[in-house]
Design a protein around this ligand. Structure first.
Ligand code: HMG
Ligand code: MG
Length: 287
């Protein structure tokens, strides 16, 4: 029997957050509803951050209120602090994610906190989530390179991974935020992280700026990672990682994994339709 790899669709959040023109909640809902029929177990659809920092995500509660929730799909939201967590709970997010960084420069630029301050800020979010049984995922950005600080030592990524794991995150998503990593760098980072966090709790989150994200996924498969964050049509980037392009495209990764003999449970035809819809949203500019 062939092995399973899970793709965690992050396009409606990581993809759309970076679009300069505001996209209506209605259009975002249509995209999520189509993605819900593709076979994903988890889709990240919202982000309860400051609308001054990321205006595109200001409609997150409307999106969560408007989607047709498919049974068996967990609809996820980013929550940088206790206030964001309250918003996500009110909007009935099924799970939340805290997001830290392995580098100080990106941590300051993205969430206005040092790494140590961010970890303190995450504690009440995780505690509140545990109290009501909401799973918390942990993102670690800049595990390979930082747009402000340069290369990230693998041990720095491992330190933050260990802290988030001990705090109670059920899974850690390891970000190549700038999308410039090489497979050997991903391997070195994963080896360091795996020395402190069980392999089964790791996910790869690779942006595709240099076109190496697929190669980085294949290197991660060799290291035993079986969950990858991908973005339909390769939408996105990060507002605080200048020049970074979107996550690797879901439909290409799903097709490549099928070629390699892995099962993803995804319907490639639905993915192609969703990719077309996602491309159509770019620059559409309806509010
Ligand atoms: P701050 O300025 O340090 O916090 O921002 P603050 O507590 O002083 O609040 C500043 C303002 O934000 C206040 O409003 C607060 O009310 C408001 P004002 O008084 O100026 O009108 N505020 C909020 N509003 C809505 N929801 C909230 C919230 N909290 C405060 N939850 C903060 C700290 C974290 C809020 C800010 O830095 C922020 O929102 N950052 C978000 C940045 C972001 O969303 N980046 C993109 C997502 S991360 C990513 O893409 C990387 C990832 O994909 C992995 C990878 O690729 O590496 C996950
Ligand atoms: Mg990202």
């Amino acid at each position: 029997m062939s092995e399973t790899v899970e793709l965690f669709e992050v396009g409606p959040r990581d993809g759309l957050q970076n679009e300069a023109t505001l996209i209506s909640a209605k259009d975002k809902i249509a995209l999520v509803d189509l993605l819900s029929t593709a076979g994903f177990a988890r889709i990240e659809v919202a982000s309860f951050v400051s609308p001054k920092w990321v205006p595109q995500m200001a409609t997150s509660a409307d999106v969560l209120a408007g989607i047709k929730r498919k049974s068996g799909v967990s609809y996820a939201a980013l929550t940088p602090n206790a206030r964001g967590f309250e918003g996500a709970v009110q909007a009935r997010a099924d799970e939340v994610a805290i997001f830290g960084s392995a580098s100080e420069g990106f941590s300051k630029a993205n969430i206005n906190a040092t790494i140590a301050e961010s970890l303190e800020r995450f504690v009440p979010v995780v505690e509140a989530a545990k109290a009501i049984g909401i799973p918390v995922r942990g993102y670690i950005s800049c595990t390979i390179n930082c747009p402000y600080d340069g290369p990230t030592p693998p041990e720095a990524s491992a330190r933050v991974a260990q802290a988030l794991h001990e705090m109670g995150c059920y899974e850690l998503s390891l970000g190549d935020t700038t999308g410039h990593a090489y497979p050997n760098e991903i391997t070195a980072m994963l080896r360091a992280v795996k020395s402190v966090v069980p392999n089964a709790k790791l996910a790869g989150h690779y942006h595709d700026t240099s076109g190496r994200a697929l190669a980085n996924i294949e290197a991660s498969l060799t290291q035993g990672v079986r969950v990858f964050d991908t973005s339909i049509a390769g939408l996105g980037g990060c507002p605080y990682a200048p020049g970074a392009s979107g996550n690797v495209a879901t439909e290409y990764v799903a097709a490549r994994l099928a070629e390699l003999g892995y099962q993803t449970g995804l319907d490639l035809e639905v993915l192609m339709k969703a990719a077309q819809m996602a491309r159509g949203l770019r620059g559409k500019g309806t509010i």
